[in-house]
Design a protein around this ligand. Structure first.
Ligand code: PLP
Length: 382
């Protein structure tokens, strides 16, 4: 399968040399590895923010073809786009909602996160008016203070949910604030609080909603007791570990490579500074190449002076400030030619530059690197 994600910029079918390659086979392997690790629990891959930069629609199509039980996105518009593109798999929208968005959820058969009794009532009313049933997951805040009903006042929320006649209560969930730390004290406290909330059903001899869930990627890796009926991997599904320290209890491999090509070759004389701010210069003559990628593509400017790329199987430093659309790479006295492939994230000749490397250079996390690769960078699926 080879297709190009929209929107993209192409001239007569020739795509920009700076592009992202997504290996769908790796997404499949990662998904399978996570499914095996958490079985019999189900797996809901998280496809928000353009599927963590991998391309929302093609990744959703791929997951649907692989028979995923559920897909998670963050906002209503992501869900609607998927429905408009023909995706039929159940889709949970994870984010907080406004009352006026509820009809949009119902018309597109999207599962709603209800994060207060008031929102439950708005959903119930809208479903009754439209003559449909609403699919709902209840959101419990166990220690994140973002959206959700606090664990200590969840009882009346759960009572209200039981009374709704136009709602199918499919799930109940919570989210970890710091399951990615090695000290899991707070995560375990959150888990205890969630279990306490769930005991509501046992105390009343009622079945709980069929999908109880809490685990994101770090919890899948290091808190197996938080697996419940379903897990919600984002980063791990794309083959990236949340940090260098995280135990690698599930083997995954990155599905995304970010590549470009040499568009210019030159020799730089000593004392001739490179780029904006003249921030770098050489004290000896070097060869350098220009690569058409920059912070306008999501190649962060604050990686200037730190970033490296792979070219002809070797690592070379990006020198001078990263511009909006271009960077300069110092190859000292090695050879390179126009059109040579340059790897920004990925493997070449036994060397690899990872998303975590870029995150370290930029002083951020891999999540931010992936989700910031701009849509002007075409995505190619292999
Ligand atoms: C509610 C929720 N669940 C799951 C995820 C996936 O997280 P991760 O990428 O760490 O697996 C996110 C992402 O932030 C989220 O907000």
């Amino acid at each position: 399968m080879s297709l190009i994600n929209q929107p993209t910029i192409s001239t007569n079918g020739i795509v920009r040399p700076t592009l992202v390659e997504v290996e769908l086979g790796r997404l499949k392997e990662n998904f399978t590895a996570i499914c095996q690790h958490v079985a019999p629990a189900k797996v809901m891959p998280i496809l928000k923010a353009n599927a963590y930069g991998h391309g929302l629609v093609p990744v959703a199509q791929w997951m649907e073809s692989l028979g995923a039980d559920y897909i998670g996105v963050a906002v209503l518009e992501e869900g609607i786009l998927l429905r408009e593109q023909g995706i039929q798999t159940p889709i949970l929208v994870l984010g907080g909602i406004l009352g006026n968005q509820v009809p949009g959820f119902l018309k597109h058969n999207l599962t709603i996160t209800a994060s207060s009794a008031e929102k439950l009532c708005q959903i119930e009313e809208a479903a009754e008016q439209l003559g449909v049933r609403a699919r709902v997951h209840l959101k419990i805040d166990t220690g994140m203070e973002r959206v959700g009903v606090h664990y200590y006042s969840a009882e009346s929320f759960l009572e209200t949910a039981l009374k709704c006649r136009h709602i199918d209560l499919e799930g109940i969930y919570s989210h970890f604030a710091n399951a990615d730390e090695l000290d899991l004290t707070h995560a375990r406290l959150q888990l205890e609080r969630f279990l306490e909330v769930l005991s509501f059903y046992e105390k009343r001899s009622l079945p709980p909603p069929p999908l109880r869930h809490m685990a994101n990627s770090p919890a899948i890796l290091q808190l197996p007791e938080a697996t419940f009926d379903l897990v919600r991997p984002g980063l791990l599904f794309y083959g990236v570990y949340p940090s260098r320290e995280m135990p690698r209890t599930v083997a995954v491999q990155p599905a995304l490579s970010w590549k470009s090509r040499v568009v210019y070759f030159k020799v730089i004389q000593p004392g001739h500074p490179v780029g904006y701010g003249s921030a770098w210069q050489t004290d000896h003559m070097v060869r350098a190449v220009t690569v058409p990628v920059g912070y306008g593509d999501g190649y962060f400017r604050n990686m200037s002076g730190k970033a490296q790329v792979l070219l002809r199987g070797k690592r070379y430093p990006v020198v001078g400030r990263i511009s909006m659309d271009q960077v300069v790479v110092n190859i000292e006295w090695d050879s390179a030619y126009n059109d040579d492939e340059v790897v920004l994230i990925g493997e070449m000749g036994g060397e690899a530059i990872t998303c975590q490397d870029l995150a370290d250079w930029a002083g951020t996390i891999p999540y931010e690197i992936l989700t910031n690769i701009n849509t002007r960078v075409p995505r190619i699926y292999i």
